[in-house]
Design a protein around this ligand. Structure first.
Ligand code: ADP
Ligand code: MG
Length: 722
């Protein structure tokens, strides 16, 4: 039969209906798909030795004749053992297999075999334990005496089965279309795609396996980069409002910065400058501001918004929850409402007497599902939604802060020049798409869109950001404001739990508040993790029956959640028990202790984010870690958390210890396997990025590379990029 890459697997020789089903379940439909099912590691059976030369403990391959073979049943252990004696010209060795009685049907006395496995010591001397085997004379070896590929064995597909069925179609690799331009293959010293496919399955040696893997990983990273760069270009085809940074604006910004009760960090200055520079272009910015919890992202956003408002345009600031929106609104009022000479007004104050930014009519507004307010002439006022929408439409409001209420159709801006999205990873994919179409005015067919600033507290190492957020420009706040107190982090041994509880009670007596974080909602004996509900009941009934305890988890409705948070803010709750749903950006300066149960179950960066819930006020704060795990890895990871106060450092550590898949934001990125596995290979990522940039630079939109273009389309469809 004439096979091709497109031949359906059911037409391939020796694949029965049961296996067709299994293959379909892992998405393999054609011979080509099967060829692209790659192994993830190899068993190194490449050392072939004479029987007389093999040594205890090594993994070797031998070739010889079966002198004897038989099944033995051990009654005591209810096990079936197959024993064989193999002989070559130098000597003989025993080989044993456990619970594979069917072996005697294939391996008959007198047959020549190749065996690969570990040499162990048994009563009668050295023997091979459970070796891989195959008959000699049936062509090239597949399962022994070489680097043997090991595949992910899902849906009952064994590596042995896959090897047996991939080998005969390996020659189809010649038909695989080479989609990379020759110049890149040369530049990067890559295998051709067909050579890479042959070598990834059945490599000649380790070196070639490595080169093959590099080629295939390069492909994925390169395609990701192309996609990201093209997305970026597409975004930049839109127009944006130019905001000139003239002398007047420069003075306004300087005055504002001087009015702050603290100095900007260097990182804040650089990031603000990045944004202001982007504003000067008539192409829309698309920038990600990444910064640890408490690094002062909001202020950078406010400076940028001020530049926009002072230039007579509108800015919008979207937060994922009402509480955060309200918090940002208050912060904006506090900072912008501040006059040079007056002291800081209190956060809670509704009646601020100082005029808004020196006589100019800029107005700040808040719009959420349940609230609509404006700040004008030094006062916060309730206003009807209808009126607020009118004011937004006719441009009376310069800076509007809110939740996803802002992306409703009925919210129409007069001249929106700048949109900010806080905690951008918290918004759903469709909401993020809407930000770009609805709020941004593309809906009017104007093709004029606001400059876009996304903010995240998820510290993703730069190399990863380059891949996962490759369509965005990046500003990083890698520096904390001066004088931040260090949170004291302690791993609490189970025996000291009651001491910790006593300490917490003392803190509460002093008026402080406490967070308790639990990993899962529902009880799970298997994972031995306390459920938040159970923990809540326990604290309420057994430990702190005289205190007010609150509960938050993913199954509580958003409205109720907000209610609980409000109570916590008003200090009506002393201890808030929560799962990881707890707000990332929430600011409760009075909270001084955070307890994290089952700490081993979280990533370091995430633990660090939890820890950032406290230490936001003037009180010395504490983070208590509890774990039942006694593993060395857990100890190492938690020690890193105790030692380091830097989210980026911790993310890098996690990347090393647990791999990229465990980092928040990476798992959800939809990256394919090899690209994911290569995320620690900075050199490869950089090469892929540079080649992609160069190619697009010289060859806009890839028109002269139809094969590559085609491949890219298929690739983006397959990986479902957001
Ligand atoms: P995040 O980056 O986590 O969103 P915020 O923007 O909420 O952090 O900032 C946390 C707190 O730090 C706020 O109260 C803010 O006013 C304050 N802050 C911001 N920048 C500085 C600075 N340069 N020096 C001191 N405090 C600052
Ligand atoms: Mg924030």
């Amino acid at each position: 039969m004439n096979l091709s890459l497109k031949t359906p697997i059911e037409k391939l020789p020796l694949i029965g209906p049961a296996y067709v089903k299994k293959l379909h379940r892992v998405g393999i439909e054609t011979a080509g798909d099967l060829l692209f099912y790659f192994p993830f590691r190899y068993d190194d059976f490449s050392e072939v030795k004479k029987i007389s030369e093999i040594e205890l403990g090594e993994v070797v391959s031998v070739r010889g004749k079966i002198i004897d073979i038989q099944n033995i049943r051990t009654w005591k252990r209810k096990m079936n053992i197959t024993e064989a004696l193999i002989e070559d010209e130098s000597g003989a060795i025993k080989s044993v297999w456990f619970n594979q009685p069917f072996l005697v049907r294939n391996l008959k006395k007198g047959a020549n075999v190749s065996l690969s496995g570990k040499v162990v010591y048994a009563q009668e001397g050295l023997q091979l334990s459970n070796p891989s085997y195959e008959l000699l004379g049936s062509g090239q070896s597949l399962h022994t005496a070489r680097l043997v590929p090991v595949y992910h064995e899902t849906e009952g597909l064994s590596s042995k089965w896959l090897r047996t069925h991939i080998k005969p179609i390996l020659r189809l690799s010649n038909e695989v279309e080479e989609f990379l331009p020759v110049s890149i293959i040369k530049n990067q010293k890559l295998f051709s795609l067909s050579e890479a496919i042959r070598q990834i399955h059945f490599p000649d040696n380790e070196e070639k396996a490595k080169i093959a893997k590099r080629r295939l990983a390069f492909d994925e990273l390169f395609l990701v980069q192309l996609y990201m760069i093209l997305q970026k270009q597409k975004w930049q085809e839109n127009n944006a409002i130019e905001i000139k940074f003239n002398k007047k604006l420069e003075k306004e910004i300087k005055d504002f910065v001087d009015s702050l009760p603290f100095k900007l960090t260097n990182a804040q200055k650089i990031s603000s400058w990045n944004i202001i520079k982007d504003f000067e272009k008539n192409r829309p910015m698309n920038r990600l501001l990444e910064g640890d919890v408490g690094s002062g992202k909001t202020l950078v956003a406010l400076i940028a918004a001020l530049a926009v408002a002072k230039s007579g345009y509108q800015a919008a600031f979207m937060a994922p929850t009402e509480i955060l929106a309200r918090q940002h609104f208050k912060e904006a009022v506090r900072r912008f409402g501040n006059n040079l000479s007056t002291p800081q007004p209190p956060l809670s104050g509704g009646n601020l007497s100082s005029p808004l930014i020196r006589g100019v009519e800029e107005v700040i507004a808040l719009l959420t599902g349940s609230e609509s307010k404006i700040y004008k002439d030094g006062k916060i006022k309730e206003i009807s939604k209808k009126k607020l929408l009118e004011k937004i439409k006719n441009g009376e409001i310069n800076f509007i802060i809110g939740t996803h209420s802002l992306i409703q159709k009925k919210v129409v801006f007069k001249n929106l020049a700048f949109s900010i999205v806080d905690e951008q990873h918290r918004f759903g994919i469709d909401q993020r798409a809407k930000i770009q179409t609805e709020i941004l005015g593309i809906k009017d067919g104007l093709k004029t869109v606001p400059h876009l600033l996304s903010m995240t507290a998820t510290p993703i190492p730069r190399t990863l950001a380059l891949t996962v957020y490759g369509d965005l420009d990046l500003s990083v706040l890698d520096e904390m404001p001066k004088g931040r107190q260090k949170i004291i982090t302690k791993l609490v041994a189970p025996a000291n739990r009651s001491l910790a509880y006593k300490f917490i009670r003392d803190q509460i007596k002093k008026g402080r508040q406490v967070f308790v974080i639990c990993p899962l909602i529902d009880e799970s004996d298997v994972l031995e993790v306390k459920s938040a509900t159970q923990e809540y009941e326990r604290l309420k009934n057994e430990i702190y029956s005289d205190l007010n305890i609150g509960l938050l988890h993913g199954k509580i409705k958003p409205k109720e959640k907000e209610g609980v948070m409000k109570k916590f803010i008003k200090k009506e709750i002393n201890i808030l028990v929560s799962t990881s749903v707890i707000e990332v950006g929430i600011d409760i300066p009075n909270a001084s202790v955070i307890v994290i149960e089952g700490a081993d179950r979280f990533g370091l960066a995430q633990l660090h984010q939890f820890r950032g819930r406290v230490g936001r006020g003037k009180h010395q704060s504490f983070c208590f870690l509890f774990t039942d795990s006694t593993s060395a890895t857990t100890a190492r990871r938690l020690k890193a958390l105790i030692k380091s106060n830097n989210g980026f450092e911790l993310a890098e550590q996690d990347l090393k210890i647990r791999g990229p898949g465990e980092l928040v934001g990476i798992r959800q990125s939809g990256l394919p396997d090899l690209a994911m596995a290569s995320l620690t290979d900075f050199k490869l990522i950089k090469s892929a990025r540079e080649e992609a940039e160069a190619l697009i630079e010289e060859n806009d939109k890839l028109i002269r590379h139809p094969k590559l273009n085609n491949k890219l389309k298929k690739f983006t469809k397959k990986v479902h990029f957001e």
